[in-house]
Design a protein around this ligand. Structure first.
Ligand code: S3P
Length: 446
């Protein structure tokens, strides 16, 4: 599907108080991994709460193309996996659409197989750097048979007869790179080690352990994580309940903080500490967000979040917090546009290589809507206007980026003038229910 062929513009207008109780779709990171690990593990995996967004469905298609059986029955997904080491050579290129996580993790998963696999994607994905995953795979003996200039997709991998286990220190804070190496290690004899100086989301480690992998994590005195996985072990199908995606929850959460009089509860949100940076930051800004019914479900922390409209103040967000809120900066920048004073966000270099150059896309979108902001090489500062006066009135270029689209629709709900986006089609990659959920709470979006 080529979204850029059929752009769907949308517009959000200043809304009356938002209210209600909502559930956001399942976590995208856990949903991708559920399909991958379920498709790989021997026996049956049953998944409820899966995010049925386009990105995740592409991962499901890829696993089917490599031998897994995947079916949906009454909202539950049932997978019969092939068994670790037993993926089949796909007959056609694997098309990952817009999905960085799906494509990069799958490169790790299949790269060490003695077969040829070709990866293709949309215009956004084809611009994103894949060298960060290909470099460690090359060290393990994987051949990059073909790639577009700069190690980009479309690209073709061929694995060696026997891959070599490596110790790899991840050079940037990236859960995708960490995960790709660990997944490559699953089909490699011996112990593959990933050294992670800055902790990123740990879903791969936790879930692989649940599927029966021999994986250990040790954190040294400097706080550096050493993750060791033994290859060629048995993985067994699991039952998984995917909790709500905290990255998706960020949109109704910020909307409710910004629209005066709002009172919204979002239920069943994943509260894994590697994912809660936005929540912490909004609370520091003065956001009235109550964490209710904190509980453990399926090995993860979850809770309900009650959020009421609040007067926000600008804060400095330290670089060390970036990994725990890396996908949330666009919507945080929108919150900052309505906060008293300046918000400074630091350590944003990874935003340049997301679905779009998010640092530039956010800065241009804010400027188009009258917000005073400064874009640095790896930082952004935003000077807010609490009453939203004179904000809005612009059209935002979304660059095939779902989170840019949703963030600026949230902005329009509290701005004096409407905010338009050039294309809302990409929202379906991660949050197909976004429009219905938001309008159900009272948001004026059309
Ligand atoms: C993800 C890791 C992050 C994040 C992405 C999902 C994952 O990417 O931005 O949306 O599921 O592992 P990076 O590894 O590039 O930081």
């Amino acid at each position: 599907m080529d979204h850029h062929d059929t752009p769907k513009p949308a517009r959000a207008r200043r809304s009356d108080a938002l209210s209600g109780v909502a559930r956001v779709p399942g976590d995208k990171s856990i949903s991708h991994r559920s399909f991958m690990f379920g498709g790989l593990a021997a026996g049956e995996t049953r998944i409820t709460g899966l995010l049925e967004g386009e990105d995740v469905l592409r991962t499901g298609e890829a696993m089917k193309a490599m031998g897994a059986a995947i079916a949906r029955n009454n909202g539950e997904w049932i997978i019969r996996g092939v068994g670790n080491g037993c993926l089949l050579e796909p007959a056609a290129p694997l098309d990952f659409g817009n999905a960085g996580t799906g494509s990069r993790l799958t490169m790790g998963l299949v790269g060490t197989y003695d077969m040829e696999t070709t990866f293709i994607g949309d215009a956004s994905l084809s611009k994103r750097p894949m060298g960060r995953v290909l470099d460690p795979l090359r060290e393990m003996g994987v051949q990059v048979v073909k790639a577009a200039p700069g190690d980009r997709m479309p690209l073709t991998l061929r694995g060696p007869k026997h891959a070599a286990p490596i110790t790899y220190r991840v050079p940037m804070a990236s859960a995708q790179v960490k995960s790709a190496v660990l997944l490559a290690g699953l089909n490699t004899p011996g112990i593959t080690t990933v050294v992670e100086p800055v902790m990123t989301r740990d879903h791969t480690e936790k879930m692989l352990k649940g599927f029966g992998a021999n994986i250990e994590v040790e954190t040294d005195r400097e706080g550096v994580r050493h993750i060791r996985i033994e290859g060629q072990g048995r993985l067994t199908g699991q039952t998984i309940a995917v909790p709500g995606d905290p990255s998706s929850a960020g949109f109704p959460l910020v909307a409710a903080l910004l629209v005066p009089g709002s009172d919204v509860t979002i239920e069943n949100v994943l509260m894994n500490p590697t994912r809660t940076g936005l929540l912490l930051t909004l609370q520091e800004m003065g956001g009235d967000i109550e964490v209710l019914n904190a509980r453990s479900a399926g090995g993860e922390d979850v809770a309900d979040l009650r959020v009421r409209a609040s007067e926000l103040k600008g804060v400095t967000v330290p670089p060390g917090r970036a990994p725990s809120m890396i996908d949330e900066y666009p919507v945080l920048a929108v919150a900052a546009a309505f906060a008293e004073g300046e918000t400074l966000m630091q350590g944003l270099e990874e935003l340049r290589v997301k679905e779009s150059d998010r640092l530039a896309a956010v800065a241009r979108g804010l400027e188009a809507n009258g917000v005073d902001c400064t874009e640095g090489s790896d930082w952004l500062s935003v000077r807010g206007r609490p009453d939203g006066r004179r904000l809005g009135g612009g059209t935002v270029a979304t660059h095939l980026d779902h989170r840019i689209a949703m963030s600026f629709l949230v902005m329009g709900l509290a701005s004096e003038k409407p905010v338009a986006i050039d294309d809302s089609a990409m929202i379906a990659t991660s949050f197909p229910e976004f429009m219905d959920l938001m309008t159900g709470l009272g948001a004026q979006i059309d």
